[in-house]
Design a protein around this ligand. Structure first.
Ligand SMILES: [Zn+2]
Length: 91
């Protein structure tokens, strides 16, 4: 018997710091996500395709789609830089 599965998965790549969500009005740490379709054979992933990147509110998942992995990385880097700035202000 061949065990073959497929579905979609979303992976959190990192957070971009606290922001107020324009949709649910909660203040939360927004996340950068990678979502993809995947196929697996005997529970081992064999293919991944249709990768998409998002920055989204973790509560209601309202957000924006990012262009590509590079764009996602730059949004993450910007979030890290901003949280460093904030730390300096509070010290
Ligand atoms: Zn929200």
């Amino acid at each position: 018997m061949i065990v073959f599965g497929w579905g979609s998965e979303a992976k959190v790549l990192g957070s971009v710091g606290c922001a107020q969500c324009p949709n649910c009005a909660n203040e939360a740490t927004w996340q950068v996500l990678e979502s993809s379709r995947r196929a697996s054979l005997y529970f081992v992933p064999v293919a991944k395709w249709n990768r998409r990147y998002f920055v989204a509110c973790p509560i209601c998942h309202y957000g924006a789609e990012l262009k590509d992995r590079e764009h996602a990385e730059s949004v993450l880097a910007e979030g890290r830089r901003r949280s460093l700035d904030r730390r300096q202000v509070t010290n």
